[in-house]
Design a protein around this ligand. Structure first.
Ligand code: HEC
Ligand code: HEC
Ligand code: HEC
Ligand code: HEC
Length: 193
């Protein structure tokens, strides 16, 4: 069992290490922000097999994939006009929940011939699972803890509620079980383990 004294000892050692080599902490802090977005096509390379749940297809068929396109519909335009917004596809008031919009430095350069990350993909894999540049390798992905350490997030209802709430002009309520059933994308191979 850890005593207060031993916790204090660890803390002060950490402090000493930090003071001795502030560069290490700075590097770590930098690393935390350098996970880059790679886009759905890149995730889909490995997540489109029926045997493991074809998460790509499930997502493509979900409303989340349409969330940016939706902002160009007549219904969206009506909602926007009421609020004095000219173009909902360009308005932060709408984009905040309908897309993920990383800073340019957070977007990985796509490999030749690949589309890479596109805002047009709306609410996408990395909106919920975190930027994938550092967890996308098979070796890391197969190791849950390593994936989490490399930036993978496994969201729960709390994340849904950051968008599914009464700030949404069309909000009519959110029942997690009912809504999750519509976008659930399990890996049957894993469930069988
Ligand atoms: C090189 C292949 C590959 C790529 C690219 C890849 N994955 Fe994976 N992923 C895997 C494998 C293999 C597993 C482990 C088996 C499984 O759960 O399907 C996995 C597991 C996962 C899991 C479950 C992890 C856990 O421990 O619960 C999530 C979530 C996930 N991937 C999301 C993504 C997302 C999002 C992207 C794109 C940013 C992505 N993956 C890109 C191969 C890949
Ligand atoms: C980044 C914001 C965001 C997050 C996070 C998010 N959603 Fe959504 N969701 C949307 C938007 C925007 C739409 C509407 C897309 C459209 O219709 O074009 C939507 C639509 C849906 C729909 C289809 C609407 C319906 O009534 O059938 C379901 C189901 C859904 N989300 C479930 C979830 C669940 C479950 C979670 C959490 C695991 C979640 N969403 C997380 C933004 C989000
Ligand atoms: C707080 C997050 C949030 C904001 C801000 C937001 N939306 Fe949405 N939007 C959602 C979610 C979640 C859904 C799907 C479920 C729902 O209707 O609440 C959605 C659905 C929609 C739909 C589809 C409704 C349907 O079923 O046909 C339209 C159109 C729409 N939003 C337009 C807009 C416009 C225009 C703006 C900006 C003025 C906007 N939204 C701002 C979260 C948001
Ligand atoms: C709206 C948020 C959301 C989006 C978008 C989303 N996921 Fe997930 N994903 C989740 C949640 C929530 C879980 C389940 C976590 C749990 O098991 O409790 C999950 C689980 C997974 C798993 C593990 C499944 C299992 O049974 O082991 C994989 C693999 C995965 N997602 C890949 C993807 C890929 C690839 C995309 C894009 C094509 C994607 N996800 C898009 C929220 C999302």
């Amino acid at each position: 069992m850890k005593t207060l004294a031993s916790i204090f000892a660890v803390l002060s050692l950490t402090l000493i290490a930090f003071q001795a080599n502030p560069g290490v902490a700075a590097e770590e802090a930098e690393e935390a922000v350098t996970h880059q977005y790679i886009g759905v096509q890149a995730c889909g390379m490995c997540h489109k097999k029926a045997k493991t749940g074809d998460q790509l297809k499930q997502w493509q068929e979900s409303r989340h994939a349409q969330a940016f396109a939706t902002l160009a519909t007549e219904k969206a335009q009506t909602i926007a006009t009421e609020r004095g917004i000219e173009d909902p596809q360009k308005a932060a008031e709408c984009l905040q929940c309908h897309v993920t919009q990383p800073a340019a430095a957070e977007i990985a350069t796509p490999r030749k011939g690949k589309e890479g990350f596109l805002v047009e993909h709306g609410v996408q894999c990395e909106t919920c699972h975190g930027a994938g540049s550092d967890y996308k390798s098979r070796k890391v992905m197969k190791d849950h803890d390593a994936s989490i350490a490399a930036g993978l997030t496994i969201p729960d209802e709390q994340l849904c509620l950051t968008c599914h709430n009464d700030k949404s002009p069309t909000f009519t309520g959110f029942d997690f079980d009912e809504m999750w059933a519509k976008v659930n994308h399990p890996n049957p191979a894993r469930a069988a383990e």
